[in-house]
Design a binder for this molecule. Structure first.
Ligand code: PEP
Ligand code: MG
Length: 591
């Protein structure tokens, strides 16, 4: 393959596009360009004698659309659980909406117009109403309505959408939302390639959870690639190759085999405790969004859940789940993980995440997010806290607050926990009165005040995804500034070290649940800094464990001393790469 940075034609018809490696794996197959475009619809007059035929065409198309959606719903339920599949139930409900369908049929009859025109016109009215709403969530739902409309029109026109339900393909799109990622995973999706997005966007995190290779930040992929083009995606290197030639395919096949062998070997270490040879034990746990991932996390050898992103329950919903609904989810997770611990992070809505009542904000990452929303919406926060507390009777449940910036926020959050406990007392419902509460350190101000925060809670967990973006002023989702998103920037490393030290001085445990915890290059450093827990995606867990098993704590501390004296990210990366390669020589981490 060419090593030219941006894109290059190798002379064999191959075009290489470079982006950011977002989810590991290699795939080769036809591209499917995903764009939410409305199919071409023209208004055509029909004769009165054709009305019955037109209505029959409409009903046939609606029936087919419903069958397609039912298929998707079944798939989503099997893969992600019924909660996350609700979005498709909502779409099926639109198809079954007697008022909507009645008025479409009436207009076809009265206006003597073709079915697809009336469908487009009538459903667009729904859509416009939703788009006019001020919040992002309704806009997302408007896209769902669009999907339904396009699905009916496509079936009226008797057109098959390129393999949305059949055949394996690589999705190429400008951007993917978390729900797009979930929705597409119903197909035989071989990979994702997007023009925008960063490695820590939630769509990328989801792709890693679903074990689907992804490259993001490609900038020009939707222009360079057409539906049906043969492409190869290398989620290890962050490269997409259009029209891959035989040499490239062979090289990728070899790489894939090497990684497969490597991953198989890693799974054999799943039952081992994550401990350095000189007996420094690290709690190695999993980041989870859906309870369907728990089984995989267990087989990968996790000792609990270090981050359960509870906001994943909001996918496909227009409202927050009730206390009862949440309790059912939290209890299932707590029981499945028992006796290991699970940390439920309170809803972290806002930023790039779903929010049923998000305000329109020009700068959402600096806006109404995480604990700020929860403290402004006490009824919502209390519902969640009671749901979590009720799931804590096995004494393995912990609560964590996201986006804490000030000490007052922590105090108010803890008061809410005390209030939720009182409310449960009044209802005679049991919970763990000694439940531990912790804070995500992901805002620079909280990092500076980590000692004071640590004095008033039971644990800290470093959220590097946000901490890095706020510390370096680099949007985690913006491909244009991706090279500046440096997790080995000396400022980041010194901040992490000072958080760990601050927590330890106050005698509490400090973990890390940002993506950096799962980067093999960072493991030596984090262990050497004395981190107590690393919570990582289940897919990378064995690899991180293997590194922990192979490094001495004593040596890792020396590496930290050495690295903390360095002043550029490049110097630090080079040094860590050489160490990691020496420690685990058989791992071809980077080609
Ligand atoms: C983080 O910010 O590091 C984190 C784990 O939280 P999220 O990615 O959900 O914002
Ligand atoms: Mg965060």
């Amino acid at each position: 393959m060419s090593t030219n940075p941006e894109s290059a034609d190798s002379g064999r018809g191959e075009i290489i596009l470079r982006g950011i490696a977002a989810a590991p794996g290699i795939a080769v197959g036809p591209a499917y360009i995903y764009s939410k475009q409305i199919p071409h619809v023209e208004k055509k007059a029909i004769r009165p004698a054709d009305v019955d035929g037109e209505l029959a065409r409409l009903r046939y198309a609606v029936g087919r659309a419903e069958k397609e959606l039912q298929k998707i719903l079944n798939f989503a339920e099997a893969k992600l659980g019924s909660q996350d599949a609700k979005i498709f139930e909502a779409q099926i409900m639109i198809l079954g909406d007697a008022i909507l369908m009645g008025s479409i049929e009436r207009r076809i009859t009265e206006e003597l117009s073709n079915a697809e025109f009336i469908v487009a016109d009538e459903i667009s009215k729904y859509r416009q109403l939703m788009m006019a709403a001020p919040d992002e969530y309704m806009h997302e739902r408007a896209h769902d309505v669009d999907d339904v409309m396009n699905r009916i029109i496509r079936n009226i026109q008797d057109q098959k959408l390129f393999s949305r339900l059949e055949g394996a393909s690589i999705i190429v799109s400008e951007t993917l939302t978390p729900s797009d990622t979930v929705i597409f995973s119903r197909n035989q999706v071989l990979g994702y390639a997007t023009d925008q997005g960063g490695v820590t966007s939630h769509a990328a995190i989801l792709a890693r959870s679903l074990k689907i290779p992804a490259v993001v930040g490609l900038r020009t992929s939707t222009k360079a690639i057409a539906t049906g083009d043969r492409i190869a995606i290398d989620g290890y290197a962050g490269v997409v190759v259009l029209n891959p030639g035989p040499e490239t395919l062979q090289a990728l096949e070899r790489k894939k085999e090497r990684f497969r062998d490597f991953e198989e070997r890693l799974v054999t270490i799943a039952p081992l405790t994550a401990e350095t040879p000189d007996r420094k034990r690290i709690e190695l746990s999993a980041n989870i969004e859906f309870d369907a991932e728990l089984e995989f996390a267990r087989t990968q050898g996790s000792a609990g859940v270090g981050l359960f992103r509870t906001e994943s329950q909001l996918i496909g919903r227009a409202t927050y789940p009730t206390e009862e609904e949440q309790f059912a989810v939290y209890r299932r997770v707590a029981e499945a993980v028992h006796p290991h611990p699970v940390i439920f992070r309170a809803f972290d809505v806002g930023g790039d995440k779903l929010s049923p009542d998000a305000a329109h904000e020009s700068n959402p990452f600096l806006g109404w997010r995480g604990i700020r929303v929860l403290l402004d919406r006490p009824e919502l926060f209390l519902d969640q806290l009671r749901g979590i507390l009720r799931a804590s009777t096995g004494k393995n449940v912990r609560i964590m607050f996201p986006m804490v910036t000030t000490l007052m926020e922590l105090r108010r959050a803890r008061e809410m926990v005390a209030r939720a406990m009182k409310e449960l007392d009044a209802r005679n419902l049991p919970y763990d009165p000694g439940i531990k509460t912790g804070v995500m350190i992901e805002v620079p101000a909280a990092a500076v005040l980590a000692g004071e925060i640590a004095a008033e809670c039971d644990f800290l967990s470093i959220g590097t995804n946000d901490l890095i973006q706020y510390l370096l002023a680099v949007d985690r989702d913006n491909a244009a500034v991706a090279p500046l998103y440096q997790q080995f920037n000396p400022a980041v490393l010194r901040t992490i070290k000072s958080i760990i030290d601050a927590g330890h001085r106050r005698g509490i445990w400090v973990g890390m649940c940002g993506e950096m915890a799962g980067d093999p290059l960072a493991t030596v450093l984090l262990v050497g800094m004395g981190i107590d827990e690393l919570s990582v995606l289940p897919s990378v867990l064995p690899e991180i464990k293997k590194i922990i098993l192979s490094i001495r704590f004593k040596d890792a501390r020396r590496v930290v001393d050495h690295v903390l004296a360095m002043t550029t990210e490049q110097e630090i990366r080079d040094h860590l790469s050489s160490i990691t390669r020496n420690k685990v020589p058989e791992i071809p981490l980077n080609e």
